[in-house]
Design a protein around this ligand. Structure first.
Ligand code: SF4
Length: 436
């Protein structure tokens, strides 16, 4: 292979994969390779795949097929990440045009293959993050020790590995210096942070939030994603309520609302405990916004169990809730379970859940009408009459997964402004720019 000068990187999957790709890009550009927008212009094409569920594996495979079909003489095609961790051999067999396959966490090997002298690049932390618009992801740990029977992540990513606090503080400061006004903390399970470093469950993440809050200053928002329900402790709730820049928003994937289903999923929490910590969160932060996600059609899920999930979601009134159909995964506890639910039943239940959630989300969104809120500006546009409109996010919306706020007026992309909310739709809010 001739020494490559340019690369094109395709990233699939979740924000944690975005962070990994950012790490790889910093190695490649540190080695003086240039990124190019079109795969046809690149000496090396790299695909960072997702292997979370069947659908994401298929999307990753489709991207590989497309790039393999268009590959020209002299180009190198590299496929890496979660899907190849599980199915590397099959990817090579299906697409012989793929030159090299790597699993997860092998970014230095990818860079070395492309002739980057990795050891000479001293300024690359092991974990780092992405600045996109006003927000940046900060990956605080990787891997997971939980036994959830539907999830292949521990098989792909391995055991929990927390990034040291000092390194995260340095990285947070770097991102803020680069313009980030919000740091979104991501991990497979953010509330497990520090357990592998010997820190107690209750104080690990709380302590990290305190350090980050002080390091970045009150003006920079800290947002917590992927909390594990049984680890949402009183200490964490107290810390979130006290620190001025931790936004009153929590993403806590609950997966189900039926005790029987949760037990088959090997989730350690029970429904009563979830109600208790949600009540505690709402008492400590009455304006808190809650996001969750559920799985419909887990093996053995009866209509009665699914109705328990509907009742549970209706009782809690989540601001944002997603529902995925269960996806059969090799190497998981649920793979061999009897009573797999038929696809049409899974989809019908998912659709029924989303119809209910749409009404709940609309009702929750209406409580913001009349409020004045700080908003981070994502982009600019026009309404149908040609008036300028600013699109952005308040504390209510996490990047990429929740709705947006559209406010009449102008502002600088990336800036923080004040908006008044005038109207609420099912998922988005509409308002007016008050100050920019
Ligand atoms: S906690 Fe999350 S990442 Fe870990 S096994 Fe369960 S679902 Fe998977």
């Amino acid at each position: 292979m001739a020494v490559p000068k340019t690369y094109h990187l395709v990233t699939l999957g979740c924000p944690k994969n975005d962070v990994d790709s950012e790490h790889l890009e910093r190695l490649l550009t540190g080695g003086e390779l240039l990124p190019v927008l079109q795969p046809g212009d690149a000496d090396a094409i790299i695909v960072n795949t997702c292997g979370f569920i069947e659908q994401s594996q298929e999307q990753s495979m489709e991207a590989v097929r497309t790039l393999a079909a268009a590959k020209r003489e002299g180009q190198t095609l590299i496929v890496a990440g979660c899907m190849t961790q599980l199915y590397g051999r099959q990817v090579k067999e299906e697409s012989p045009a793929v030159d090299h396959v790597f699993g997860v966490g092998q970014w230095q090997d990818v860079a070395r293959l492309l002739s980057v002298d990795v050891d000479a690049i001293f300024d690359i932390p092991e974990s780092n993050a992405k600045v996109s618009g006003p927000s940046a992801y900060l990956k605080i740990s990787d891997g997971c020790d939980a036994p959830c029977t539907f999830c292949v992540i521990p098989k792909i990513k391995g055991r929990l590995r927390s990034a040291p606090a000092g390194m995260l503080v340095k990285e947070a400061q770097r991102l803020v210096a680069a313009g980030a006004k919000e740091l979104v903390l991501v991990a497979q399970d953010s509330t497990a942070w520090g357990e592998d470093l010997g820190l107690p469950v209750a104080s690990g993440l709380s302590g990290l939030l305190e350090m980050l809050s002080e390091a970045v200053g009150e003006e920079v928002w800290l947002r917590l994603m992927y909390a594990y329900p049984s680890r949402v402790s009183s200490k964490l709730i107290e810390t979130m309520a006290q620190l001025p820049n931790v936004v009153h928003y929590l993403d806590v994937p609950l997966q189900h609302g039926s005790e029987a289903t949760l037990r088959r999923m090997k989730r350690p929490h029970n429904v009563a405990k979830v109600h208790a910590f949600i009540a505690e969160l709402r008492a400590a932060m009455p304006d808190i916004v809650l996001r969750t996600s559920f799985i419909a059609g887990f093996p053995g899920e009866t209509e009665a169990e699914f109705k328990e999930l509907l009742d549970f979601a209706r009782t809690v009134n989540f601001d944002h809730a997603g529902c995925f159909t269960y996806s059969l995964q090799q190497w998981t506890g649920a793979f061999e379970m009897a009573d797999q639910v038929a696809d049409e039943v899974k989809h019908e239940r998912r659709d029924r859940f989303m119809r209910q959630q749409q009404k709940i989300a609309a009702k929750r969104a209406r409580r913001f009408v009349g409020k004045t809120l700080p908003m981070l500006v994502e982009g600019l546009g026009e309404d149908e009459d040609g008036n300028p409109v600013v699109a952005g996010r308040t504390y209510r919306e996490a990047p990429e997964v929740d709705g947006l706020v559209f406010a009449t007026g102008t502002a600088q992309p990336g800036s923080r402004i004040l908006v008044r909310i005038d109207e609420a739709a099912d998922y988005d809010l509409f308002g007016t720019v008050l100050s920019s």
